[in-house]
Ligand binder design. Structure first.
Ligand SMILES: CC(C)(COP(=O)(O)OP(=O)(O)OC[C@H]1O[C@@H](n2cnc3c(N)ncnc32)[C@H](O)[C@@H]1OP(=O)(O)O)[C@@H](O)C(=O)NCCC(=O)NCCS
Length: 204
């Protein structure tokens, strides 16, 4: 994995333009987001929460929330996709991705708030995750989802992921994508630049 220093990236955020013309900003979660993030998870429909966490839960357990907002610890990262609504920043989606050194892969999970589903936010966020993973120099991005989750399997298929069985649980299906992108070809300008700056830093 490329040694991107998280401290250098703390302020890093990306503005994504959706097909509807709306802009969404993807940024790392910060400790100050704890309450808003928990409110976001509570406001998800029961079905969306079930699909996100593969089980019935009304909110994130406190220890898990704490891990979500301490980004970078144990090579685990959380991002939120935020929009400005009536002048206030609103969480429209979130994703968490974790590095597994043994397989040189990032595993991820994501959710989009029910009112924003079907508008391209999931596609945009997943594309942004691919750039983040490429910037870290990892080889593969993968996730598991319930076989019954048509929206996630549809999103994964559309985004070019291949399907395989998920070890250990027949109710899940795994989707994976090999990320074979040279740093100078990362398709998000901000991450291409981040990698170039780090490389420059390392060479002086
Ligand atoms: C799965 C999820 C992230 C998709 O995000 P989204 O923003 O709604 O998806 P998008 O609008 O970007 O759709 C992208 C593509 O996914 C597929 N898709 C999205 N919703 C779909 C649905 N309900 N049924 C079938 N395919 C669907 C389509 O191919 C779509 O492309 P199209 O709009 O050109 O047809 C979102 O539905 C969600 O958060 N669900 C609850 C949590 C969850 O299931 N997380 C996955 C756990 S890993």
């Amino acid at each position: 994995m490329i040694a991107l220093r998280f401290n250098d990236l703390r302020q890093h955020s990306d503005v994504l333009r959706l097909r509807t013309g709306t802009s969404v900003t993807v940024r790392f979660v910060e400790p100050r987001d704890a309450e808003a993030l928990q409110a976001y998870f509570r406001a998800l429909s029961t079905r969306s929460r079930y699909n996100r966490f593969f089980g019935a839960m009304s909110e994130l357990p406190p220890a898990e929330l704490d891990r979500f907002v301490h980004v970078g610890e144990a090579d685990r990262f959380s991002v939120v996709a935020v929009m400005t609504l009536d002048g206030a920043e609103t969480i429209a989606g979130e994703a968490r991705y974790a590095f597994d050194a043994e397989t040189d892969s990032f595993e991820f999970g994501l959710s989009i708030g029910d009112r924003w589903q079907g508008q391209g936010v999931g596609s945009a966020l997943l594309g942004n995750l691919e750039c983040r993973v490429a910037a870290f120099g990892a080889r593969r991005l993968f996730g598991d989802t319930l076989r019954s989750n048509d929206a996630m399997t549809g999103l994964a298929r559309k985004s070019g992921f291949a399907f395989t069985h998920s070890p250990g649980d027949w109710k899940l299906v795994r989707f994976e994508k090999y990320i074979d992108v040279a740093p100078q070809e990362i398709p998000c300008a901000s991450w291409r630049l981040a990698v170039q700056q780090i490389a420059l830093h390392a060479s002086v």
